[in-house]
Design a protein around this ligand. Structure first.
Ligand SMILES: Nc1nc2c(ncn2[C@@H]2O[C@@H]3COP(=O)(O)O[C@H]4[C@@H](O)[C@H](n5cnc6c(=O)[nH]c(N)nc65)O[C@@H]4COP(=O)(O)O[C@H]3[C@H]2O)c(=O)[nH]1
Length: 762
């Protein structure tokens, strides 16, 4: 290159430098302009290291938006990472990393925690700066979108609230049970607001709060609150229901309303409770709606608004339910007595008939008609008449079991439905006691001597009718028969049954006095050793001696004593009398012998046999080893573990135990082996047809062989012929009892027999 060219180039250079200087000046002006723009924008402009995300620059808006000093953003290590909301951190970082590595521009929304603890939603647009294919820097802009996000959430909540409201209204419309509606309401609220635990309590007629729904509170807490009496300082709900005003307790640990409930709240891990009374349009409190939190918390205005709305929804469900109940009540109950009406009776009767059919147990319909009711109505007026009907209803109800139903058909006509009867004559027993109860005076209009009586007609399923209509017709017909027989009476639809029931009731009434009137006797039937023919014991058999001297066999009164429960007293008397007699015979020098006493299953179950026997033995001085208790198979089969305990206790006293009527019941070798028995008594029915029935002979021989193998003595009952005795002897039977040798006899005659045949005991 020559000099000319060089100087040209220099001139050119100078020119270019001047132009460059101008350009730089221009650029500086631009930079200042842009920086001004950046700094004044309502967004955070930033740049950062693409590997570490360490910020290298942030615009001034950062300080305004999040409250941290501007310098902290760039000087503190990992500032951005440190201040992302913990729930967003993981996904935000990995998303940003992946996009950056792919050299892609990306945009995302996440939350940062501001210096004052607020949550700030940001929209971040990130641009990777690439030079020569290499990632140099990240630049971006963050915009505050908190307001938009809150508006979105509110919209979402409003939609949720509307859905909730609709679903509850639907459940109410579908006549869903109240507890299910309330349960659904609380669960849906909790789904919308996961931080809340809801509870609904219902106020009962005694001003106590009852559990309604609280699916997320611990069961123990709900149990402790159930039945809470309302009042001041009865927790938030008890107080709110008492005052009829909302009660907000931000911290149950310190609030005076919670002093008595702090411990249960602590155990349930709840710390705040806001409670809104559920009130109807007249201001009556029906319950409370409460929101619990696990931390001490005060409600926002929105939350207060929500609590009121939710309490209103609960109110709607409760009122709807009680309206339904009123309708049900009007349709099925008699408004005067609150007893079921004809409609409910027929429904229940039909249901009862199907159960009776299935279980094979009789069902009885009692139709009651008050005698002289019209006279009371006419003379004392309708109000007094109504009052009388209410008292009659209460007396009938008080007499019945809870499973029985009493209905009012109208006027002075009532129906009692007895299901699942053990015996058909039980209906007469109930009728008789209703007649007695209703004959007692009533007080009306300050007069306490109003007397009426009642007549009762009884029809039975399946004996008299198969359908509810027929049963009602037959009970009505029976009622007329009862009235014909004189008021204050009952009658079955069939006359024979009425007679039998009346006899039975009369018998029971007389039985009640039999002990006190000293009409019981004990007869003794000798028990004989088969091989030697010696008397070794006697069975005590009760007799009822009427005042005219007539003797009644136990078969005529033991069943009535059993079903009326009097067997317990009767059995106790026989046991005491037998032991007294046994001791007296021993004192008189007669040879001691075993006395066997029958124990009915009912007596065995309902009295403390062991204590009773001990008491009687002690009182009479009769040695235990001479007492034998005869138990029936059925008595032993019930509740075998308990029976085993009783038998062992009796055995421990030294008493002997026999199983009566062996072979007639459900005998099982397993229990025979386990029970501590001494004697097997073969039932008379097996002996009767010996030697004609091969089958009975085989059974008898088998029982004898089995008894001996198991180590029991075997006694045959009802031996009437020598052929029977011969057979028993050849088979090795130990003892027998029967008319062949001795019938049951009064004690004095039996004592005489003993004197004559005096021999040592077995
Ligand atoms: N035809 C005939 N009969 C014979 C013969 N040998 C004995 N008998 C009768 O058979 C019954 C035997 O008593 P059981 O099986 O315990 O049967 C007894 C027992 O189950 C019950 N019983 C009697 N006394 C009492 C008692 O004090 N308490 C309880 N719970 N039940 C008793 O009444 C049932 C009947 O007692 P009884 O009428 O005294 O009838 C007695 C007795 O008189 C015979 O060779 N031929």
């Amino acid at each position: 290159m020559n000099n000319k060219n060089l100087s040209l180039t220099q001139a050119e250079l100078q020119k270019r430098n001047a132009a460059l200087a101008l350009e730089i000046q221009e650029l500086k002006r631009d930079a200042l302009k842009y920086r001004g723009l950046i700094e004044s924008a309502h967004a955070i402009v930033w740049s950062a290291d693409p590997e570490t995300f360490q910020l290298t620059y942030v615009s001034k808006e950062a300080e305004t938006l999040l409250g941290y000093r501007l310098a902290s953003w760039t000087s503190e290590t990992d500032f951005w990472l440190q201040h992302i909301h913990p729930d967003d951190k993981e996904w935000a970082v990995s998303y940003c990393l992946a996009e950056t590595r792919a050299h892609r521009e990306h945009k995302f929304e996440y939350r940062m925690i501001a210096a004052d603890g607020r949550t700030v939603w940001l929209y971040d647009v990130v641009e990777p700066i690439i030079e020569n294919g290499e990632l140099k820097e990240l630049v971006g802009v963050m915009m505050d979108i908190t307001e938009r996000k809150e508006a979105e959430a509110a919209l979402q909540n409003r939609t949720g609230e509307l859905t909730l409201q609709n679903s509850i209204l639907q459940l109410i419309n579908q006549k869903m049970a109240l507890n299910q509606v309330l349960d659904s309401l609380t669960r849906q609220i909790e789904a919308l607001h996961p931080e809340m635990l809801c509870s609904i309590l219902l106020l009962d007629a005694h001003n106590k709060l009852r559990h309604g729904a609280a699916p997320s509170l611990p069961k123990a807490y709900n149990r402790a609150i159930d039945g809470l009496a309302i009042g001041i300082a009865a927790g938030s709900c008890g107080t709110a229901a008492f005052l009829g005003e909302r009660v907000i307790v931000a911290d149950v640990k310190t609030h005076p309303y919670w002093t008595a409930y702090r411990e249960i709240a602590r155990k349930a891990c709840v710390q705040s409770c806001w409670s809104q009374p559920i009130k109807n349009s007249t201001g009556q409190v029906l319950g409370s709606f409460a929101i619990y939190h696990r931390q001490p918390t005060l409600p926002t205005d929105t939350e207060i608004f929500l609590i009121e709305r939710y309490a209103d929804l609960a109110l709607l469900a409760i009122e709807h339910d009680s309206a339904e109940a009123t309708i049900r009540n009007l349709a099925y109950y008699d408004p005067l007595t609150q007893l079921p009406n004809r409609r409910l009776l027929i429904e229940q009767l039909q249901h009862g008939l199907s159960i009776s059919q299935r279980d094979g147990k009789p069902l009885a319909l009692l139709m009651l008609d008050l005698d002289y009711f019209k006279a009371v109505n006419d003379s004392l007026g309708h109000l007094a008449g109504d009052n009388l009907l209410q008292q009659v209803a209460a007396r009938i109800k008080a007499r019945l079991r809870t499973v029985d139903m009493v209905a009012r058909l109208g006027g002075d006509e009532f129906i009692v439905l007895l299901e699942n009867l053990a015996h058909e004559e039980d209906a007469a027993r109930v009728a008789e006691s209703l007649i007695t109860d209703l004959e007692k005076p009533f007080s009306l209009d300050q007069r306490n001597d109003i007397r009426i009586s009642v007549s009762i007609g009884i029809s039975l399923y399946p004996q008299h009718a198969n359908t509810s209509e027929q049963l009602l017709v037959q009970a009505d017909a029976a009622l007329y028969q009862a009235k014909d027989a004189g008021r204050g009476n009952f009658a079955y639809y069939s006359e024979a049954m009425t007679l039998a029931a009346r006899e039975r009731i009369e018998l029971e009434a007389r039985l009640r006095k039999v002990i006190e009137q000293q009409e019981l006797r004990v007869f003794y039937q000798a028990q004989v050793a088969a091989a030697s023919g010696r008397i070794v014991g006697a069975e005590a058999l009760v007799r009822w001696q009427y005042p005219d001297g007539q003797l009644i066999a136990p078969g005529h009164f033991i069943p009535a004593a059993e079903s009326s429960g009097q067997i317990v007293a009767l059995g106790e008397w026989v046991l005491a009398e037998t032991c007294r007699q046994g001791r007296a015979w021993q004192d008189a020098g007669l040879p001691p012998l075993t006395l066997a006493v029958n124990v009915s299953p009912h007596q065995f179950r309902s009295s403390d046999m062991n204590a009773l026997v001990a008491r009687i033995l002690k009182k009479t001085g009769f040695p235990a080893k001479y007492l034998e208790l005869e138990l029936t198979e059925s008595g032993l089969m019930d509740n075998q573990t308990k029976v085993m305990g009783i038998l062992n206790d009796l055995r421990a006293q030294g008493v002997r135990l026999a199983i009566d009527d062996f072979g007639t019941g459900y005998s099982s070798l397993a229990y025979l082996k386990r029970f501590p028995l001494d004697v097997l008594k073969i039932d008379k029915s097996f002996i009767d047809d010996i030697p004609h029935s091969q089958y009975d002979m085989e059974i008898t021989a088998t029982i004898i062989a089995m008894g001996r193998t198991l180590g029991f003595k075997v006694l045959a009952e009802g031996v009437e012929t020598t052929a029977q005795l011969t057979f028993l002897k050849t088979k090795g039977c130990d003892y027998y009892q029967g008319y062949l040798k001795y019938k049951p006899m009064p004690s004095d005659i039996f004592a005489e027999l003993l004197r004559q045949t005096a021999r040592p005991p077995r």
